[in-house]
Design a protein around this ligand. Structure first.
Ligand SMILES: *Cc1c(COP(=O)(O)O)cnc(C)c1O
Length: 715
């Protein structure tokens, strides 16, 4: 690899570093850096959707010239740039070097089909992507030697557009490559690096883009290039295409192509971490490299196993990719000889003994080819051991070798800046450096109640204002009819107890559970003296009609005057609106059908900011709930029909709201605050901050898995 190509941004010499700052997502988790861009031009910052690359492309040169002569701006600029160089240059996080090994000794390749890093990088669908994005950011903070690989989806976002009937329509919004913080990887001759996906026939070519995530490089594979025929160009058009053959081709390109890209760039990657089964073919390519270097298959497999970490995120068999054998044969028939295998032994690698005819199962394959395997919460670990017991038939279920590392969130990304200032004052200015130590959080109890209450009230105002602003924009554009605009929350009241529900509209998440008994819900929401409102947001997968029906039910409720305008559905859920939601609502509602929420992470984001959870006992909440940091219900699944479980969970939800939550929230003292509520807010912050950070999570992966890989790498 020789260099990168990016659009030149003509910044004056004195502030020329602003370009490299804009191209490194480091700025996104440093409020001081965000403010620097905002300060250049508030209007351009907003118009660009908080995307500094786009903003610098479009901003008037005059604004940059003025800034480069403004002493206040320059002092701010110098401060940010100094920190940027400290943290991203050779300095920066040393935790890995001090606790595991010299980073050069063990580069780790991290593969994921999606990454949720920022609104301006539309390469995610939901939780899996944010987990990967948060992992890279924390990896940078701790100095992990990560190199990440993913996909460039040129059609980026699926835009969500609701019809008056409440049906979700989808529009593609092509990615503006020039206005995105991605740089094309060039070869030694200054041409775009072109890599052929090895062995696979018919041939597929890829080019590569780079995103800098602090110290961690993320390489995105792009198939939408001249060298490919149209069918190949479309491989990476969309995240999670419904077409099974195109999906197989995506996974071939991600795993096998991704590995070849690392080789082409001269990047060694002795340790491999697979985030879910989608990129598992990367393991196959590593085995092939071993075989072509002269190893026998079994030896190469053993080597690869000892240096591969596989994280499964799916608690249902239907959620794993299984490819028909004949389809596999079409692409892989030149591949198995390259591994020294025949057809049968090759397919055996991905065959689930419990369902041998089904096809090539990516999770089975990944489990068989890795020695370090985990689910993403304690409960999910148990579920995974039960699901994949058939692979270890001789062992009792609880000895199936799949452990768990509970998910966590990147604290600097998800903390609201005013809450962070509150922590600076009461936890000490360096709390962020100590945030995975439980002692750090004890001081939250000393924050004066009124300060926390008022800070949160300000967040809620911001959320409500943001929602109104969006509704106003939509209304003045004159596009949709008024009914659709009204459903977007124009009647919201910042003084009312506000519940938030925002995530993908997958049916198991049961967005409409709280609508089960409409009469009871109307009484709750419309109580004149203790009103309650609910803000919903989220997209259904374009191919998921059941999810769209659930969304329609919610949307119709939001349009129904009988609910008093106290239900809002906000369109176009994305990372930016997620920030408003997890900072601004009063209570985070989570109603999955157990055990289908492997972990869930948005509830952690909310809790960190003092928003308690009201959640079914599933996923992370089984570990997170401690009796004083929120509310828990349901979670029992034995021997009951889904209808019965829905009915019981809904009743428990209403009971909690009516008997405990609403009276507590409205039990105001002379200062107009609810002391009891503030206690729960504080406990939510303490438990989420100390236990559910990405820092805790990444350290666990490093000490429990990566460190073990070291022996195999060294040996
Ligand atoms: C955190 C996050 C998610 C994941 O939410 P879950 O609680 O795991 O469902 C999805 N989308 C966005 C935009 C997020 O920020």
């Amino acid at each position: 690899m020789d260099g990168l190509k990016r659009l030149p941004i003509a910044a004056p010499e004195r502030i020329s570093g602003i370009t490299s700052l804009a191209f490194n997502m480091w700025w996104s988790w440093h409020p001081d850096a965000r403010m620097l861009f905002k300060r250049l031009s508030r209007a351009e910052w907003k118009l660009s959707g908080h995307n500094p690359v786009k903003m610098l492309n479009e901003i008037d040169r005059k604004a940059l010239d003025e800034a480069s002569g403004d002493q206040d701006f320059l002092a701010h600029y110098d401060r940010v740039m100094e920190r940027f160089h400290d943290e991203v240059g050779n300095g920066g996080g040393k935790w890995f070097a001090h606790n595991i090994c010299a980073p050069e000794a063990m580069p780790i390749a991290f593969f994921s089909a999606e990454y949720g890093l920022h609104r301006s990088l539309p390469f995610y669908a939901g939780g899996l992507g944010f987990l990967a994005g948060d992992f890279l950011k924390e990896g940078s903070d701790l100095g992990l030697p990560l190199t990440a690989v993913g996909f460039m989806y040129p059609e980026g976002y699926m835009r969500q557009k609701m019809s008056a009937g409440g049906w979700q329509e989808n529009l593609d919004e092509p990615l503006d490559r020039a206005g995105t913080a991605i740089s094309k990887v060039m070869d030694a001759k200054g041409r775009p690096l072109l890599v052929k996906v090895p062995v696979i026939e018919p041939p597929i070519y890829v080019e590569v883009w780079k995103i800098e995530v602090g110290k961690v490089p993320l390489y995105l594979i792009d198939t939408d290039i001249e060298a490919n025929d149209p069918w190949n160009r479309r491989i990476s058009a969309h995240l999670y295409t419904g077409n099974v053959e195109q999906r197989l081709r995506q996974e071939i390109v991600l795993g096998i192509g991704g590995s070849a890209v690392l080789v082409a760039m001269g990047l060694r990657h002795p340790v491999l971490h697979l985030n879910e089964g989608h990129p598992a073919f990367a393991v196959m390519e590593r085995i092939r490299e071993g075989v072509s270097a002269g190893m026998r298959f079994t030896e190469a497999l053993q080597n690869v196993k000892e240096t591969t970490v596989f994280t499964t995120h799916t608690p249902v068999a239907a959620g794993t990719d299984v490819f028909p054998f004949d389809l596999m044969e079409k692409y892989f028939s030149p591949y198995w000889p390259a591994l020294g295998l025949d057809r049968e032994s090759f397919f055996a690698l991905g065959t689930d003994p419990a369902d041998p005819q089904a096809g090539f199962n990516m999770t089975v394959f990944a489990l068989k080819c890795s020695s370090h395997r985990n689910g993403v919460s304690k409960r999910h670990g148990e579920v995974a051991r039960r699901m994949w017991h058939s692979l270890w038939p001789g062992r009792p279920e609880d000895e199936v070798p799949i452990g768990s590392v509970t998910n966590g969130i990147h604290v600097p990304t998800w903390i609201e800046p005013k809450i962070a200032l509150l922590f600076n004052r009461h936890l000490g200015g360096d709390w962020i450096n100590r945030h995975d130590k439980p002692e750090t959080w004890e001081a939250v109890r000393k924050i004066p109640d009124i300060e926390l209450w008022n800070t949160h009230y300000w967040q809620k105002m911001k959320l409500v204002m943001r929602i109104m602003d969006r509704a106003r924009e939509r209304w003045t554009e004159g596009g949709p009819d008024a009914q659709v605009v009204l459903a977007e929350g124009v009647f919201l009241d910042p003084n009312a107890l506000t519940l938030g529900f925002a995530r993908r509209f997958a049916t198991y998440k049961r967005a409409s559970l709280i609508l089960s008994d409409t009469e009871r819900l109307k009484r709750i929401l419309n109580n004149k003296w203790m009103p309650v409102q609910i803000v919903f947001a989220g997209k259904a997968h374009p191919a998921d009609d059941a999810g769209k029906h659930m969304l329609q039910q919610v949307f119709n409720a939001a349009q129904d005057p009988a609910f008093g305008g106290r239900i809002a559905f906000v369109q176009e859920y994305d990372e930016q609106f997620a920030q408003y939601m997890v900072h601004g609502v009063d209570l985070w509602l989570n109603t999955p059908l157990p055990p289908l929420e492997a972990s869930g992470t948005s509830g952690m984001k909310a809790a960190l900011n003092g928003v308690p959870n009201l959640s079914v006992l599933d996923g992370w909440w089984l570990e997170g709930y401690n009796g004083k940091n929120g509310w828990a219900f349901g979670g029992k699944e034995e021997g009951k029909s889904v209808q019965q479980r829905d009915a019981e969970d809904a009743a428990a939800l209403y009971d909690l709201l009516e008997n405990q939550i609403i009276p507590l929230f409205y039990h105001l003292n002379g200062d107009g605050i609810s002391k009891g509520w503030v206690q729960i807010m504080k406990e939510a912050m303490i438990s989420a901050g100390s236990g559910f950070s990405a820092r805790r999570m990444v350290k666990e992966y490093a000490t429990r898995f990566y460190e073990k890989c070291l022996l195999a790498v060294a040996g």
